[in-house]
Design a protein. Structure first.
Length: 110
């Protein structure tokens, strides 16, 4: 499994465009299976890739309950963002640390 992150604090730099085009490139040209995870509370990627959305929301990745994805025949799947993602920014440092560890464990489990 390879993880690619596209991040920048500034808006309007092309994160959504780059992420969606990279996902399509990997599926179409490299025959890869891609799981896109929208971690932006603005949910632009979730809108762009909405037809590939699975039942799991991004906020579930920060929860203690294990997340499981149904096996799909699609080569591209999206874990979509929700407005509640913005609430994660209000966490204390201790809570944020715990949630990041939980997130990492969920990704490993996928």
């Amino acid at each position: 499994m390879q993880v690619i992150s596209i991040a920048n604090q500034k808006g309007g730099v092309g994160k959504t465009t780059l992420c969606s085009l990279l996902a399509f490139y990997l599926v179409d040209k490299r025959r890869a299976r891609v799981l896109a995870i929208d971690l932006d509370s603005q949910r632009n990627l979730s809108h762009t890739l909405r037809e590939f959305r699975v039942e799991v929301a991004t906020t579930a990745l920060f929860d203690e309950r294990p997340v499981a994805l149904r096996t799909s025949r699609q080569d591209l799947a999206l874990i979509h963002a929700t407005p509640q993602l913005a609430n994660l920014e209000r966490a204390t440092a201790e809570e944020a640390h715990r949630r990041v560890q939980t997130f990492a464990a969920q990704i490993d489990g996928l």
